[in-house]
Design a binder for this molecule. Structure first.
Ligand code: AHM
Ligand code: MG
Length: 315
């Protein structure tokens, strides 16, 4: 009998509380995957004609994925508010505003890949509120460091549909089995290999990188002989790094002076997963999980990978 996501209830101190929320993420993933697969027939590819808070053009599928995710979080009954890449303000779920947990989410990461039928993902983390349950949840509830995250993970919309998550008791990967319409445990106890793998970065920005990162990357390549892979969707690049080893980085550059990737719903969830898988997750000079967040849509430099490769770049 294969294990399903029910086994999350047995993991660590928070598994039982987190299982229904992560199952909600799984339902959102199934629905988003179906919408992605049929988008071309519904005229749902392309721009939504709006911009998100980052000033980026929203795709129709960004907006749809955001709606689907929010509805599934609402349906769990355990989430009081959602902070999303696609929403400027914290979204309070009014009927459950007394609930204990908040979710931070990038509902459709890497959405520029949609035009070329490339992989995309969903990234999430779950924190416990700081305000009293009798109060209305506040954006300050989201501004918690990665050390306070209770669960985090990602969904990869690739040839198969995968949900990889951690409740602080290792990293476990579930693959959707269409024959029985459920996620089944396919990758128990994922650990990043300490050697081998690939480096993964948008190298076209090299001349603009801060902190002498161009020279450090050249030195690391010479020392390790690592090959290069870059999808341009963080979830796909992270997933490969986790399975094969190596390092994924998005340094600060002259255009993105504090980095491009968002702290609360990209860097922290991936950092949480990477550390739980035995790897290293750094920003410039500080562990990603040690950063004290200041704003919902804050950006940071990101270095995720095996200890030796991240140290080679930042040591
Ligand atoms: P998005 O959340 O708007 O999709 O942007 C994040 C994406 C990541 O998935 C990816 O790692 C990065 O942006 C790629 O950026 P670039 O095209 O500059 O290489
Ligand atoms: Mg995104």
């Amino acid at each position: 009998m294969p294990s399903t996501m029910n086994n999350i209830a047995k993991q660590g101190d928070h598994g039982a509380a987190m299982m229904p929320v992560i199952q909600g993420v799984g339902r959102a993933a199934i629905e988003i995957a179906a919408v992605l697969r049929g988008a071309v027939f519904r005229g749902a590819l392309g721009g939504a004609g709006s911009e998100n808070i980052q000033g980026e053009q929203q795709q129709m599928l960004d907006v749809l994925s955001d709606e689907i995710f929010l509805e599934e979080m609402r349906s769990t009954g355990f989430i009081c508010a959602v902070g999303s890449e696609e929403q400027e303000e914290l979204l309070v779920i009014e009927e459950y505003s007394h609930a204990d947990y908040l979710v931070l989410v990038d509902p459709l990461d890497g959405s520029s890949n949609l035009d070329v039928d490339g992989p995309v993902g969903t990234i999430f983390s779950i924190v416990k509120r700081k305000t009293a349950n009798s109060e209305r949840p506040h954006v300050s509830d989201t501004l918690q460091s990665g050390r306070e995250v209770i669960a985090a993970g990602y969904v990869l919309y690739g040839p198969s549909l995968m949900l990889v998550c951690s409740v602080g008791d290792g990293v476990h990967g579930y693959t959707f089995n269409p024959a029985v319409a459920r996620f089944e445990l396919s990758h128990p106890d994922m650990r990043i290999p300490e050697t081998g793998g690939y480096y993964s970065v948008n190298e076209s920005n090299k001349s603009d990188w801060a902190d002498g990162m161009g020279d450090k990357l050249i030195a690391m390549k010479a020392e390790t002989g690592l090959g290069m892979r870059y999808v341009g969707a963080m979830v796909a690049d992270m997933h490969r790094t986790l399975l094969k080893g190596g390092v994924f980085l998005y340094p600060a550059d002259s255009k993105n002076t504090t980095g491009k990737l968002r702290l609360l719903y990209e860097a922290i969830p991936m950092g949480f997963v990477m550390e739980q898988a035995g790897g290293k997750a750094m920003s410039s000079g500080i562990a990603i999980l040690d950063i004290e967040p200041e704003a919902l849509h804050q950006r940071v430099p990101v270095y995720l990978g095996s200890n030796t490769n991240v140290d080679a770049l930042l040591g």
